[in-house]
Write a protein that binds this ligand. Structure first.
Ligand code: AGP
Length: 607
């Protein structure tokens, strides 16, 4: 999704803005632009395409020390030069960049048309720029305030004006904005990645808040001009965590980070001697969690797959009903939320629009809401009643990898934490946690065999349709493996509960069709072996993910990828990794943009 960067200070703004845009590229975009402002006016440069296209138009040195910049992921209006941000008002003195959707922009545009305003783009954002221009009478902050009172929808905006150089006015409703606090300088951005090179001290704007930012300070108010005191917080991530660090792709870096990201995720949270879990974010909610009558886990995409693993974990360890809901469905389905329902929202970014809306739906219906989130300070992290951070570090690749294993690990810990206060014995909990504590090292041994996954990609990369089969805890992993392949290599793949194949999809199997079967040792082993037989008799080519030491499977599978043995509920933490690697290598072999796949964004902040 779109990215915003703003700078006000004593340095030339352009290079800071362009570097900030590059650090937000992973969010996904299709055009970019920048507005620089000083006493002589507002200078806007913008272009469809990559940031390099914009940079090619900015070869002259620009000394302005105030500016705003934007990467746009097209919603209203095609990705063209004219639809790129920043947009200006009719006078050309006011420029704005905007993340979000102005839902009533058509009505506002009709109103402005009648006022004789001439539009130069098809965007909802230009409507807001013109509205601010119409409201402007010398005070930019007041003009923005007045305009926003007429706006319905979501926004994160930054606005500058030629009459007030050295000032950026920002406002937030439903689209994140963070202000980096430097020495006599401030960097405004959609997320911390664009700020970390300058400072780790930040102020998070909340929905309904505005900020007037100059090099001398930051004044925050509500939309009704009521002053708001904001704390300066510390971003826990470092710059090198958001850089490639020698890898060619963020996705491969993050796949290989999983031993350490899981160690960090677990650190200080599991007590093997007592068979206990310590999650500081849930301490005040334990009574509600122990007495919960039902859990609803809701998320999107990969996070939904992790939530589905969570459903199996919660039912096994806590023994209460659990449902996993797509956030986009949950929010519109008039869900039943009664006394004792706990809603757990799973999201890497903490900004996914559908997931945020599902959270709001749950809150309005009185549910206790927990967040399982990676980005500290994100909207979901701030709006849930309590929660647990993944602590897996920033995930830059659009395809979620270490966040998936982090989400599963956190859900496993929550299940054990609550289960221990219900029916889970100390010895069973200790056994579970001992197995969980071994997982980071076990992921290292899987990564040592990464070449085997690369060989699978090389062998089957030309096949246009794949199936992924799993049972029990590995059924969500089959879904996740298929999504990974689809979203970065553009090969069509379908994940299925293995037994479902004979209810239709088996008709798809043709000679040599790749069928990935997660066939690790456990309660479902014999049945998945039968499914493998069914695939083979129809000519399918079986790629098995199997437990180390299982040689029987070599009789049936064309290829075998190995994972160490662990308790069945923890197997997704291991079986997902070979599938991540297969997808990565297939995408590279097909020449796809692994970290920025077409049409995709790292955080889907629009519906
Ligand atoms: C997964 O690889 C995708 N990037 C996508 O499905 C993602 O998991 C989904 O959009 C949810 O994102 P979130 O975890 O940030 O809410």
């Amino acid at each position: 999704m779109c990215g915003i960067v703003g700078y006000v200070g004593s340095k030339p703004a352009l290079s800071i803005l362009m570097d900030g845009l590059r650090r937000l590229e992973y969010r996904g975009y299709d055009s970019a632009g920048v507005a620089l402002v000083d006493g002589s006016g507002v200078s806007v440069t913008k272009a469809a395409g990559r940031i390099s296209v914009l940079a090619a138009q900015l070869t002259e040195p620009m000394s302005q020390t105030t500016g705003i910049a934007h990467t746009r992921w097209a919603t209203h209006g095609a990705p063209t030069d004219s639809n790129a941000h920043p947009h200006t008002d009719a006078s050309g003195k006011i420029a704005i960049v905007h993340n979000g959707i102005i839902e009533n922009y058509r009505a506002l545009r009709t109103f402005l048309d009648k006022k004789g305003v001439k539009f130069t783009s098809d965007t909802d954002t230009e409507v807001l720029a013109q509205l601010i221009g119409l409201s402007y009478d010398g005070d930019l902050e007041e003009a923005v305030r007045r305009a926003l009172h007429d706006v319905a929808g979501t926004y994160g905006i930054a606005v500058v004006c030629a009459d007030q150089p050295g000032l950026i006015v920002a406002a937030r409703k439903g689209s994140p904005l963070i202000v980096g606090v430097g020495k006599d300088e401030y960097i405004l951005a959609s997320d911390a990645a664009a700020i970390l090179a300058h400072t780790s001290h930040v102020v998070y704007l909340a929905d309904g808040e505005m900020a007037s930012i100059t090099r001398d300070g930051l004044q925050t108010t509500t939309l009704d001009a009521i002053p708001v005191t904001k704390d300066i917080e510390q971003v826990e991530w470092s710059l090198d965590q958001i850089e490639l660090a020698g890898y060619d792709h963020f996705m491969l870096k993050e796949i290989n980070e999983q031993p350490t990201s899981l160690e960090t995720c677990l650190r200080g949270r599991i007590d093997l001697s007592e068979g206990q879990v310590h999650l500081g974010g849930l301490v005040d909610r334990m009574r509600d969690l122990v007495h919960a009558k039902r859990f609803i886990l809701t998320a999107c995409g990969t996070a939904w797959h992790a939530a589905l693993v969570g459903e199996y974990l919660f039912e096994e360890l806590i023994r209460v009903p659990v449902e996993t809901e797509y956030a986009s469905e949950f929010r519109y389905r008039n869900p039943i939320i009664d006394e004792g329902t706990v809603v757990i929202v799973v999201s890497q970014s903490g900004e996914t629009a559908d997931t945020l809306a599902a959270l709001e739906e749950a809150r309005q219906r009185g549910a206790l809401t927990l967040g399982v989130v990676n980005v500290v300070g994100s909207s979901i992290a701030r709006e849930t009643d309590a929660g647990v951070f993944l602590h897996v570090g920033p995930e830059i690749g659009v395809a979620s990898t270490k966040a998936f294993t982090g989400q599963v690990a956190v859900l496993a810990m929550i299940a054990c934490l609550i289960g221990r206060r219900k029916h889970l014995s100390a010895s069973n909990a200790a056994q579970f946690l001992e197995a969980l504590a071994k997982v980071p090292d076990q992921t290292r041994s899987i990564l040592d065999q990464a070449d085997e996954a690369k060989k699978v990609a090389e062998r089957y990369v030309d096949r246009e349709n794949w199936l992924y089969l799993g049972r029990g805890y590995n059924y969500p992993v089959a879904l996740e493996g298929a999504l990974k392949l689809k979203e970065i290599s553009y090969i069509h793949a379908e994940g299925l509960p293995a037994a479902e194949m004979k209810h239709g999809p088996i008709a798809l199997i043709t000679e040599g069709m790749p069928v990935v079967c997660i066939a690790t040792k456990g309660t479902q082993y014999d049945r998945i072996m039968n499914n493998i037989e069914e695939v083979r008799t129809r000519g399918g080519s079986v790629i098995a993910v199997a437990t180390e030491g299982d040689h029987a499977i070599e009789e049936l599978a064309d290829v075998v990828l190995r994972v160490p043995d662990t308790l069945e509920p923890l197997q997704p933490l291991l079986t997902a990794i070979p599938l991540q690697l297969i997808a990565f290598h297939a995408a590279v072999l097909r020449g796809c943009n692994v970290d920025k796949p077409r049409n995709l964004a790292k955080s889907v902040t629009v519906e």
